[in-house]
Structure formats: structure tokens, C-alpha cells
Design a protein around this ligand. Structure first.
Ligand code: AMP
Length: 287
């Protein structure tokens, strides 16, 4: 095995190899930035690697499609996987370590321990995806403890997830800094997502409605022309009229507590989830 501090991307599959590789960089005086992903990488993921590089961290990207965060009727088996393509993108992005464990490496034997973050998981995706955030919090805890980074990078694209991780790290006094990074969008505004690969050409056109309505609602509640409830109800209807099959939620929430707001006074987020055919899209914007 080449030593971890040699140039290029080192692919590791076991926790022991990950720790050896990280230790090599630490010995050379470097700090570590973890980027947890489920693969099928796009420019959104790459922006997290860049965020780590900009802060001087050695980027470590994990690629693991975590079964415990998918519900029984969700797309775990269909979730896009492209490991070689992912490694190429990570090489281009100057990522230094890719951690791509098997399910048995992540969950060896019977697992009796989970991490649950209450409160901020009560709304939005929480009740719609029972067990999802527990799966996320548990796997992210494990990844953090496996890599022991200085910082870990998460996208604002998954805003509730980012808040859950920040809260978990705070409540459990985990010694890692959580860095939230802005959402990377296609030229027309659609938030990049691995799940966008599911969209047909026709659905791709309709999908843009989500971003447009987020902008409309953010503008309306910012300048006070509409209440949060009015603006959100109009946006939900516009999405249905525009071909979305189900609008799971479209709402304005406090940026930290994620509690629904009637009027915007401090930092807020307009946030939505909706289904287009078999694809579930989520997105959000700062107000
Ligand atoms: P995923 O592979 O979808 O689980 O995402 C892995 C990480 O990439 C999460 O922290 C996501 O929030 C982040 N991410 C996904 N899409 C984007 C995007 N369009 N812009 C920025 N970050 C993203």
C-alpha cells in the first residue's frame, strides 16, 4: 500500500486503513476535513471537498449508501451508484482519501446503539421519513468517530439534516466543527442532487418550479407582501398546477429551530419537499 501522504487519491475500504491514512497526514501536521456522501457525486459534493481544501484540511470523502436511513418503500436498491466515476471526480477535485466501506464494515455484527436527535426532527422530513434522521445521525456519528476529523462538511441543500448534525455534535460535545456549505445549483437554479438522474426530460423541466416557487415565497415574505402561510399555500398550489404529483411540505421556518413561522423577524428558511413521478425533490432558500 502506498503511504497516505503521497500525492493522489487513496481509496480505503476498512476503518483500520482509514485510520492509518488519517494518522499519516496528522503526523505530517495536517488537519482533516470529512465529507460524508452517498456517492453518485456531482458538483454539490465537489464543492464540499473544495470547502475543505480552502480551509487547509486534507479532504476525506466517504461514499456509503447507508441502508438505515432509507424507509422500506424508499429507493435504497435503486439509489444511483457509480464508484469509479466518483473516484475520478474526487481525484480531479484533489480529494486525498476516499473511504468506501462495505455494509459489514460499517455495521459489523448486531448493532444495538443508535443516535436520536429529538425536537428538530419533529417536523418537515421527520414524520414523512420515520427513522431517517436516526439513520443519518447514527451513520454520521460513526463516520466522525472513524475519521476523527477537525471539521466535517455538509450541504445546506439538506438543511434539516445539517441542523440535526449541528445539534447532535453540540449536545454530545463531539469535538468536530460542522461546516455548512451553500447549495450548488444548475444554471437554471435547480439544486443539484444525485436523485436528479431519475428525472425524465419532461420532469426535469417541471422540476425547476420548485426553485422558482422558493424564490417567489422568499421574496414575498421578506418584503411582507404575504404572510408565510399565504405565500406557502400559493406556492404549493403552483407546484401542483406545474405538474408536481405531491407537495409534501412547503413552509417558512425559523433557521435554527425549524419551527414554522407566520411572519419573518430573524433568520428564516423557506423549505420544501415534493414528488415528481418517482423522484422526491427537496430544496430550501434563506429568507
Ligand atoms: P448525499 O450524497 O446526497 O447524501 O449528500 C452528501 C452531502 O452533499 C450532504 O452534506 C449534502 O447536503 C451535500 N449536497 C448534496 N447536494 C448538494 C448541493 N447541490 N449543493 C451542496 N451540497 C450538496
Amino acid at each position: 500500500m502506498n503511504t497516505s501522504t503521497e500525492p493522489g487519491l487513496l481509496v480505503v475500504r476498512t476503518v483500520a486503513d482509514l485510520r492509518r491514512a488519517v494518522a499519516g497526514f496528522r503526523k505530517a501536521g495536517r488537519t482533516i476535513g470529512l465529507v460524508p456522501t452517498m456517492g453518485a457525486l456531482h458538483e454539490g459534493h465537489v464543492s464540499l471537498v473544495k470547502g475543505a481544501l480552502e480551509r487547509g484540511d486534507v479532504p476525506v470523502t466517504s461514499i456509503f449508501v447507508n441502508p438505515t436511513q432509507f424507509g422500506p418503500k424508499e429507493d435504497f436498491s435503486a439509489y444511483p451508484r457509480d464508484e469509479e466515476g466518483d473516484f475520478d471526480k474526487l481525484r480531479d477535485a484533489q480529494c486525498r482519501i476516499a473511504f468506501a466501506p462495505t455494509k459489514d464494515e460499517m455495521y459489523p455484527g448486531e448493532q444495538l446503539t443508535t443516535v436520536t436527535v429529538a425536537g428538530i426532527t419533529d417536523g418537515l422530513c421527520g414524520p414523512l421519513r420515520p427513522g431517517h434522521f436516526q439513520g443519518v445521525a447514527t451513520v454520521v456519528s460513526k463516520l466522525l468517530l472513524m475519521a476523527m476529523p477537525d471539521r466535517a462538511y455538509f450541504g445546506e441543500k439538506d438543511y434539516q439534516q445539517l441542523q440535526v448534525i449541528k445539534r447532535m455534535v453540540r449536545d454530545l460535545a463531539m469535538p468536530f466543527e460542522i461546516v455548512g456549505m451553500p447549495t450548488v445549483r444548475e444554471k437554471d437554479g435547480l439544486a443539484m442532487s444525485s436523485r436528479n438522474r431519475y428525472l425524465s426530460a419532461e420532469e426535469r423541466t417541471k422540476a425547476l418550479g420548485m426553485y422558482k416557487q422558493l424564490v417567489t415565497v422568499a421574496d414575498a415574505v421578506r418584503d411582507g407582501t404575504k404572510s408565510c402561510a399565504e405565500a406557502s399555500a400559493a406556492a404549493s398550489q403552483a407546484l401542483r398546477d406545474g405538474g408536481f404529483d405531491i407537495v409534501e411540505y412547503f413552509t417558512v421556518v425559523d433557521a435554527d429551530s425549524l419551527k414554522p413561522l407566520e411572519h419573518v423577524a430573524g433568520p428564516a428558511r423557506v423549505i420544501a419537499a415534493a414528488r415528481l413521478g418517482r423522484t422526491r425533490l427537496i430544496d430550501n432558500l434563506a429568507v
